[in-house]
Design a protein around this ligand. Structure first.
Ligand code: PLP
Length: 365
């Protein structure tokens, strides 16, 4: 039998989550964001399955887009970071990629690199996140320069990105929306151009941010979208279930310790199960004592440091647990976001961090 530490990937749930994006933003085209190996789910498998159902794909870097083209994916693909070198720009053009342009240096690269056919560009405004995007001062000139360039498709898409959409109490998204809308309203050249603002959290909570294109990522994979609870939590379905198996069980006396540096000490006579997963599989090493693991329909707490290939859990209160039992680290019964709270990180980090050692099992239903 093969190793039971596996990520079960429900492709059908990714599709259903994507269809929710279409329901929640019925007037938009939604780009399925599949960067970072489709958030750890497997880039090519996810793209191949979703291709007939989605408006376009989005990835972070050109290598991801070229891998999709090599695998025969013909759908439009947006490269969110664009390119920085003439050679990459030529490859992007040959592969018919869409590029997001976020910096004046990229505008200059395009103006000085002649292409054989018009390239489709998205032009990103820095509306306040101050990570990527052209400043409001430089944005109008960037538009004019690109519209005057013979090898730029004049149907630019104007875009921006929110910094705090996941916090329902924040007013920052409204401010960013104002910056974006005011700038566009002031430019005659912008009036007929398409727009794109929303990531998953904005798509689910800020209808005014819905535009020609939205860019849902995390919602496709079914994680809760907000720091607070929200109606969307119930509708989304986790598409990755990360499973492992009990490979040892032992009885400890009160006062005995578990694992490296004896971090956890038994406060009573305890039964400890050892599971075949560790940080080399992408289980977070920072996970604290008490991090929940789902086993036999209950939650058992992690005890002791996460090792490279192993973790231990306290199953004193779940006496049926035995060698060979399956355990869920996150997924259908236990949200990756919940586990992430115990490891000082976020669900995105956990699902994108499942390592290549973990076999992905694909379910289409
Ligand atoms: C990753 C990314 C998204 C998707 O964000 P989610 O929070 O995963 O929905 C959208 N737009 C840009 C520019 C991104 O980098």
């Amino acid at each position: 039998m093969s190793r039971q530490t596996q990520a079960i990937i429900h492709l059908d749930k990714i599709k259903q989550n994507y269809q929710l994006a279409n329901q929640w933003a019925p007037r938009s085209k939604n780009i399925a964001i599949i960067k970072a190996d489709a958030y750890g789910h497997g880039l090519l498998k996810v793209a191949d399955y979703l291709q007939p159902h989605v408006a376009a794909f989005g990835v972070a870097i050109i290598d991801e887009a070229l891998a999709l083209r090599q695998a025969g994916i013909s759908k439009n693909i947006l490269v969110l970071q664009g390119v920085n070198e003439a050679e990459e720009l030529q490859s992007a053009s040959e592969a018919n990629l869409w590029l997001s342009i976020h910096h004046p240096s990229q505008v200059e690269l395009i103006l000085r690199t002649e292409l054989k056919k018009p390239i489709k560009l998205w032009l990103k405004l820095d509306s306040g996140m101050h990570r990527l995007g052209i400043s409001p001062q430089q944005y109008p000139k960037a538009i004019d320069d690109l519209l005057a360039c013979a090898w730029v498709d004049p149907a630019l898409v104007l875009s921006t990105h929110f910094s705090c959409a996941g916090d329902l109490r924040s007013s920052i998204s409204a401010q960013q929306l104002d910056v974006f809308n005011q700038l566009i309203a002031s430019q005659v050249s912008c009036q007929n151009l398409e727009r794109s603002l929303a990531n998953s959290a904005a798509l689910a909570s800020i209808p005014e941010s819905h535009a020609d294109w939205n860019r849902p990522g995390i919602m496709l994979y079914g994680l809760p979208l907000f720091e607070q609870s929200h109606a969307s939590d119930k509708a989304l379905q986790a598409s990755m279930t990360f499973n492992t198996q009990v490979i040892a069980v032992r009885q400890l006396k009160k006062g005995e310790c578990v694992g490296y540096s004896r971090r956890w000490q038994a406060q009573r006579e305890s039964r400890i199960a050892t599971l075949a997963v560790g940080y080399a599989d992408g289980y977070p090493r920072q996970a604290k004592d008490g991090t929940p693991v789902y086993i036999r329909g209950k939650l058992a707490p992690l005890v002791g440091h996460v090792s490279m290939d192993l973790i231990s859990i306290d199953v004193t209160d779940i006496p049926q647990v035995q060698i060979g039992d399956k355990a869920e680290l996150w997924g259908e019964h236990l949200s990756a976001n919940r586990v992430a709270e115990y490891a000082d990180t976020i669900g995105y980090d956990l699902i994108t961090g499942v390592s290549q050692r973990v076999k992905r099992i694909y379910i289409k239903e």
